[in-house]
Design a protein around this ligand. Structure first.
Ligand code: GLA
Length: 384
């Protein structure tokens, strides 16, 4: 799948050439998990797996979407954006229209054909790519005058308010604002961000797809959010300046261990430590100290597993195999949790041997042939 295949599909379906074609990438996250909705730091990047979208305006105000990978076609009855029970995927595009209209943006009809190679359900944020890509297209074709950060926020609002998943800002941010051969540290409180070059021959990043997707991931995700909020509500009584876990130090948290439910204490402990790890990871990257970076990834995984409790036996197994393999600097489960991919920082020279070893062991243990995705860091959403 590439730009020209979606363009041909568009022309065949809508009997016209598209007015615009956009590349909306998937993302990885090096470290900083479950920190975005706690006003902390994240360290994501866009990757060379993307959704391509070809689009053009319609003058009847309706929305017509063709999903090549599903070979599915949706067309709205009129200009209204109504949640689609039957065409769930169409909600990612309708949601951004609904949110942009709340801000007074005048959006007319649109034809879109899209498809890509972001694996679905692997935690690489194909839905965020689709939402951000759609918002990018509306902005271009209807001259909405939005900044890239406006696009990010509207895409997140579409997911939160229309699709109904209470995700943070990381995925859309990474898809839209990333830069080639760099990771980007986002401060999810101020929305300031800084690029860090990730440009080394010696180490490579690779994703190993556990092939497991927990069906409860959305409800568990929302439960973790609520547990963090519970922690903040308790800690605030001792210091009214606290409005998120970003404002909480490990010292303060430990001082109030007895005031929190034990489970809530562990959730908060993970988040406070993980926010600090992002800053340590950036310092390591600046020094090109990949061993230190990798160590932080392992520590992050242990926190996700023991304190945040969002890991599964399959991803724990993949990370343990990585930990015991000479030449792997770091590994951890990536994304919201309960399966998906692990991200591995590996000496390039050891890569083939490591992948052979880990895939064989995984197949023996779980009967699953793990897919692997070498990672190349690319720029964010663009017109092609
Ligand atoms: C999902 C969410 C993100 C983020 C991660 C965990 O990918 O969409 O906003 O919270 O989980 O870091």
């Amino acid at each position: 799948m590439n730009a020209s295949s979606v363009q041909s599909a568009y022309s065949a379906r809508f009997s016209a050439a598209p007015e615009i074609t956009v590349r909306a990438p998937g993302r990885i996250n090096v470290i900083g998990e479950h920190t975005d909705y706690n006003a902390g730091f994240v360290l994501p990047a866009a990757i060379d797996k993307a959704i391509w979208m070809a689009a053009g305006r319609r003058d009847d105000g309706r929305f017509a979407f063709y999903a090549l990978d599903l070979d599915a076609f949706f067309i709205s009855e009129n200009a209204d954006t109504i949640f689609q029970e039957q065409y769930k995927w169409a909600n990612y595009l309708l949601g951004v229209v609904s949110e942009a209209r709340k801000d007074g943006h005048n959006i007319g009809g649109l034809n879109v054909a899209f498809g890509g190679d972001v694996p679905l359900g692997a935690g690489l944020s194909s839905s965020a790519a689709l939402e951000s890509g759609a918002m990018f297209i509306f902005n271009e074709l209807y001259n909405l005058g939005l900044s890239r950060m406006d696009i990010v926020r509207l895409a997140q609002r579409g997911e939160n308010n229309f699709v109904g998943m209470k995700c943070g800002i990381m995925d859309m941010f990474a898809s839209v604002i990333s830069r080639e051969k760099s990771v980007v540290r986002l401060d999810c409180r101020s929305l300031d961000y800084a690029y860090f070059p990730f440009d080394t021959e010696e180490y490579s990043l690779v994703l190993i797809d556990s092939g497991v997707k927990h069906t409860l991931v959305d409800s568990e995700y929302n439960t973790r959010r609520a547990e963090c909020e519970e922690g903040v509500a308790v800690l605030k009584q001792f210091d009214p300046r606290i409005s998120s876990l970003r404002d909480v130090s490990m010292d303060l948290l430990q001082q109030h261990e007895a005031d929190l439910r034990p489970l809530v204490f562990r959730r908060c402990k993970f988040v406070v430590a993980e926010i600090a790890r992002v800053e340590q990871a950036c310092a390591a990257l600046q020094k090109k100290d990949f061993k230190a970076l990798g160590q932080l990834m392992f520590e992050g995984h242990d926190g996700l597993n023991l304190d945040y409790e969002v890991c599964v036996p399959e991803t724990n197994f993949l990370v343990e195999k990585a930990r015991n393999f000479t030449g792997v600097a770091g590994a951890r489960q990536m994304g919201g949790g309960f399966g998906g991919c692990t991200i591995n920082l590996v000496e390039t020279a050891a890569m083939d041997a490591f992948l052979d070893f880990v895939r064989t062991a995984y197949e023996e243990a779980f009967g699953i042939v793990a897919r692997v995705y070498p990672v190349h860091l690319t720029g964010g959403t663009t017109r092609v």
